[in-house]
Design a protein around this ligand. Structure first.
Ligand SMILES: Nc1ncnc2c1ncn2[C@@H]1O[C@H](COP(=O)(O)OP(=O)(O)O)[C@@H](O)[C@H]1O
Ligand SMILES: Cc1ncc(C[n+]2csc(CCOP(=O)(O)OP(=O)(O)O)c2C)c(N)n1
Ligand SMILES: [Mg+2]
Ligand SMILES: [Mg+2]
Ligand SMILES: [Mg+2]
Length: 319
């Protein structure tokens, strides 16, 4: 039987790839977090990279070029913010077929520029090649301003779990697109142009967040990374995870169209591409308005909802 990476799954593949990679004193935080932290001269820089592949992350008939520019930047800048850092600089890799309209490139660049401006980041360089599949590879850098990075491994029993940003809208928006249901719909907007709460990353670090990440693959799966890295259990409070009315309404639209949607709560728990920030904080911290408490950290392992093992799983590129 063929031994393929499909059987390993995305995270098995990453573990296998990175197992033998050299780690020197220049690497302060290596593979395994939202971003790396590396030495740079006398200082430190946060560094992360995420790819977007046409057909896999976006479709040109579902999103405008401008949308894709916004999303490509946002997906990467969110990983910087999730370390508690301020995004500073982005590098753009672009692989594109020669048939790609110039208008598309112009729109993409405008969207990328606008999202970078919103986060306070500049574009410092990149690379451009021809290829069969339109692919965007972005590297984003960030500045911690002298504070420690917020990793995935610092959650402690007794901490609270909190989220800034919205959950479930992007995934239900994707299902609207799959079902061919037209807009306007706020969930479509959220899917096309996620709005990570960039400034809440450094703010959470200043408040003493013990762990943090951005929700890209689905809340349960991503909180599972915090639970595993920290050696703790996380229990979520379903009452605190009530889906936004926009999610409820989009699910109702899908059901009315016979599209067999998931339950609203499942979009919240396992949707993906939210790029909300999820963090753990000592219970004594008074959280600002953009953060809402959704659960608590206990001794043990795994993620549960109201004490029960959580069923829906998140995104895996290979299974
Ligand atoms: N090809 C690779 N080589 C080295 N490290 C990788 C590779 N792919 C993923 N990683 C690392 O694995 C971790 C998880 O990746 P990923 O799930 O994509 O993070 P995120 O969801 O925050 O973008 C990250 O720390 C990332 O740097
Ligand atoms: C055409 C299309 N199909 C499916 C999706 C859904 N989707 C693609 S990637 C992904 C998960 C997040 O992407 P990933 O590359 O894993 O980002 P990372 O976790 O590395 O930040 C989801 C939900 C989409 N956005 N567009
Ligand atoms: Mg991340
Ligand atoms: Mg990634
Ligand atoms: Mg990411």
């Amino acid at each position: 039987m063929l031994n393929t990476i499909g059987a390993l799954g995305e995270f098995g593949l990453i573990a296998r790839l990175t197992a033998g990679f050299p780690q020197t004193d220049d690497v302060i935080i290596g593979p395994g977090d939202d971003a790396a932290l590396v030495r740079a001269g006398d200082g430190r820089v946060v560094a992360t990279t995420d790819l977007l592949v046409e057909g896999r992350h976006f479709r040109r008939d579902w999103s405008t070029a401008r949308d894709v520019g916004h999303k490509a930047a946002a997906q990467n800048l969110a990983d910087v913010a999730a370390m508690g850092a301020r995004p500073t600089v982005l590098l753009l890799g672009l692989a594109a077929p020669p048939e790609l309209p110039v208008d598309w490139v112009d729109g993409f660049a405008a969207g990328l520029a606008a999202e970078c401006a919103a986060a306070g980041a500049a574009v410092a360089g990149g690379d451009t090649v021809g290829a069969a599949t339109l692919t965007i590879a972005i590297t984003a850098l960030g500045d911690l301003g002298g504070v420690p990075a917020v990793r995935r491994d610092g959650a402690r029993p007794g901490d609270v779990v909190a989220v800034a940003g919205n959950l479930g809208m992007s995934a239900v928006g994707l299902d609207l697109l799959r079902a061919g249901l037209p807009g306007p719909d706020p969930c479509l907007d959220e899917h096309r142009r996620p709005r990570p709460p960039y400034r809440e990353g450094p703010r959470a670090a200043a408040l003493g967040a013990s762990a943090m990440l951005d929700v890209s693959d689905g809340l349960l799966q991503d909180l599972g990374h915090i639970a595993a890295a920290s050696g703790v259990a996380i229990d979520l409070d379903p009452a605190a995870l009530r889906p936004a009315s926009e999610v409820e309404e989009a699910v109702a639209r899908l059901a009315a169209a016979g599209a067999d949607p998931r339950r609203p709560l499942d979009y919240v728990l396992a949707g993906g591409e939210d790029h909300a920030l999820a963090a753990t904080f000592p219970a004594s911290v008074r959280l600002p308005g953009r953060w809402s408490i959704i659960g608590r950290v206990d001794a043990g392992e795994g993620v549960t909802v109201d004490g029960s093992p959580a069923a829906p799983s998140g995104w895996d590129h290979f299974s």
